[in-house]
Design a protein around this ligand. Structure first.
Ligand code: GLU
Length: 492
C-alpha cells in the first residue's frame, strides 16, 4: 500500500515550531516510505483564517525546503486528484453538507438550537452538580413540535454528532500505543456551525477519508480529538487511517512551548539568522531520534533514517542553547562562498552591502566563521572593516592612554609602511620584531594596534584583520588614533 500523509495547517498565523515539526515529520515519513505528502489548508475558522497566513506558512515551508507533492500549491493553484485541497473551497462544493445530511438522516447527528449562552449556563450547572454535560444536550431528542417551536423563534441550529453513550473508543497509536477513551466522557461535538461551515473535527475526517490518507501524523494536542473523529469514521462506515501523535514540545521550564519562551515562529528564527538546515535538523530531534542519538545529519540523511518507531511519546524540551550550538556547527560547514550567500541578506539589513566578486569581502565575512552562532550577528562583528572607527571613552582610557602609546603607534606605522608584502605572516613577524627591538612586551604593542585599527578590544585574529583592512587603511586608522591621542593630551 502506498502511504499518503498530510500537513493540514489552519492559516491563522505564522508557521510555529510545533506545526513545522508536524510538517517535517509528515514530509520525512512520505520520503522514507516512498509515499505522497499532501498539503491541505484547513480554513474553516472564517474569522481567523487569512490568505496572509497561508502565504507566511508557505514561505516558511519553502525556507525549510519542505516540498509537498499534492495539495494547495504556493501560488494557490491545486495539484492532485483529490482536490480542491482548501476546505473553504470544499465547503462551497457542498462536500461536508452531504455527509452531515447522511448522518442526520440516519439519526447519528442532530440539530441543536441552543444558543452559546444557554449552553455555557447548562455546562456550568452540570459541572457544579458533577454530571456529564452530555446530560444537558437537550436537543438530542427533540420532538417535531419542539423543533417547530425553535424554528419559529428564528433560531439558527448547529449540527451535532451523536456520540455513543456507552462503551469505549480504543485505538492503537503508533507512538502512544494503546489509547482508550470512555464514550460517556466524549461530548456531542458540533459538526456544522450555524454559519453552515464545518468544524475542524468533522471536516478533517471527511477530507482524510476522501483524500485517502493512510497515516495521520500530528501533535499530541490532538489526541483528545481522535476519539471524536474515530466515532465519525465508524458512523459513516469508513476504515480510519492509522494515527501517530507526536510528543508535546516544552520550553526549558517544563511548560508547553509558547511565545513566552521567545521566538516560536519559523519566520522569527529565520530573521535571527538560523540556517534552514539547522532548523530542519533541530526540529527532527524534537520527539524523534536514532538509536545512537545522532545529533547532526547530512543532507538527505534524515529522509533516509526517519521512522515512526524512533518517535517517543514523552515530551521533548526545546533547548535554545543546543539550537544555537547546532547553528554554529552548520555555519562552520559552509564554504566561504556559501557563508557569504547565506549572510548577505542579514548584512544588507544591517546596512552593509558587500560585493560577491570581491574576494576580500568574502574573506572578511568568513574571518570569524568559527565563532558565529547566528547569521544575524555577522554584521556587527565585521562592520568596522567597512565603516569609520570610533573609540569609546572606556577603550580610550584603558588602552590609548598607556605609557609610550605614541611611540608604539608611530613605530608600528613606520614598520607597516615599509612592508611590501602586506600579509598576516609578514605583519606578525614585523610586529613582534618591533616589540622586541624596542623592549616592549607583545601585549603592549598588540592591544593598542588592535584598538586603533578596529576600535575594539576584542575581535578577529589580529594579523589577518590587519591584512584584510589593507595597508593604506591601517595607516590611516593609526594616524587617526594618534591625532586623537595628541588632541587629548594637549587638552589636559
Ligand atoms: N488544522 C489542524 C491544526 O492545524 C490540523 C490537525 C490535524 O492534523 O488533524 O492543528
Amino acid at each position: 500500500m502506498k502511504t499518503r500523509v498530510r500537513f493540514a495547517p489552519s492559516p491563522t498565523g505564522h508557521l510555529h515550531v510545533g506545526g513545522a515539526r508536524t510538517a517535517l515529520f509528515n514530509y520525512l515519513f512520505a520520503k522514507k516510505t516512498g509515499g505522497t505528502f499532501v498539503l491541505r489548508i484547513e480554513d474553516t475558522d472564517e474569522l481567523r483564517s487569512s490568505e496572509e497566513s497561508i502565504k507566511s506558512i508557505f514561505s516558511s515551508m519553502k525556507w525549510l525546503d519542505l516540498k509537498w507533492d499534492e495539495g494547495t500549491m504556493p501560488d494557490l493553484s491545486e495539484k492532485g486528484d483529490f482536490g480542491p485541497y482548501m476546505q473553504s473551497k470544499r465547503e462551497s462544493l457542498g462536500i461536508y453538507k452531504k455527509y452531515a445530511e447522511q448522518l442526520l438522516k440516519e439519526g447519528k447527528a442532530y440539530y441543536c438550537y441552543c444558543s452559546t449562552e444557554e449552553l455555557d449556563a447548562m455546562r456550568k450547572k452540570a459541572q457544579l452538580e458533577k454530571r456529564s454535560s452530555k446530560d444537558e444536550d437537550r436537543c438530542r431528542n427533540l420532538s417535531a413540535a419542539q423543533i417547530e417551536e425553535f424554528r419559529g423563534q428564528g433560531r439558527k441550529p448547529v449540527i451535532r454528532f451523536r456520540m455513543p453513550d456507552d462503551g469505549q473508543t480504543v485505538f492503537e497509536d503508533l507512538i502512544h500505543k494503546h489509547v482508550k477513551f470512555e464514550n460517556k466522557l466524549l461530548y456531542d461535538f458540533i459538526m456544522i456551525k450555524a454559519s453552515g461551515y464545518p468544524t475542524y473535527n468533522f471536516a478533517c475526517v471527511i477530507d482524510d477519508h476522501l483524500m485517502e490518507m493512510t497515516h495521520i501524523i500530528r501533535g499530541d494536542d490532538h489526541i483528545s480529538n481522535t476519539p471524536l473523529q474515530l466515532n465519525v469514521y465508524k458512523a459513516l462506515g469508513w476504515q480510519p487511517p492509522l494515527h501517530a501523535h507526536l510528543s508535546m514540545i516544552l520550553g526549558q521550564d517544563g511548560a508547553r512551548l509558547s511565545k513566552r519562551h521567545g521566538a516560536t515562529s519559523i519566520a522569527e528564527y529565520q530573521k535571527r539568522g538560523f540556517l534552514p538546515e539547522t532548523m530542519k535538523n533541530y526540529l527532527a530531534l524534537l520527539g524523534w531520534g536514532t538509536s545512537d542519538s545522532q545529533d547532526i545529519f547530512k543532507k538527505g540523511e534524515l529522509e533516509e533514517k526517519f521512522n515512526l518507531s524512533g518517535c517517543q511519546k514523552s515530551p521533548a524540551a526545546f533547548d535554545h542553547v543546543k539550537l544555537a550550538w547546532m547553528n554554529g556547527e552548520y555555519i562552520r560547514q559552509l564554504s566561504k562562498e556559501e557563508l557569504f550567500e547565506a549572510a548577505g541578506p542579514y548584512l544588507k539589513d544591517f546596512g552593509l552591502v558587500l560585493d560577491k566578486s570581491n574576494p576580500r569581502h568574502l574573506d572578511i565575512v568568513a574571518i570569524e566563521q568559527e565563532k558565529y552562532k547566528l547569521l544575524g550577528e555577522v554584521g556587527s562583528l565585521v562592520e568596522f572593516f567597512f565603516k569609520d572607527v570610533s573609540y569609546d571613552e572606556s577603550v580610550i582610557n584603558k588602552t590609548l592612554k598607556a605609557p609610550d602609546i605614541e611611540k608604539i603607534l608611530n613605530g608600528i606605522k613606520k614598520t607597516y609602511s615599509e612592508i611590501s608584502e602586506f600579509n598576516d605572516v609578514v605583519i606578525e613577524a614585523k610586529t613582534r620584531e618591533f616589540a622586541k627591538t624596542n623592549g616592549f612586551k607583545n601585549g603592549q604593542v598588540f592591544h593598542p594596534v588592535r584598538v586603533s585599527v578596529s576600535g575594539r578590544t576584542q575581535g578577529p585574529t589580529l594579523f589577518k584583520m590587519i591584512e584584510y583592512l589593507g595597508k593604506d587603511e591601517v595607516i590611516k586608522r593609526i594616524d587617526k588614533t594618534l591625532s586623537l591621542i595628541i588632541t587629548q593630551s594637549t587638552q589636559k
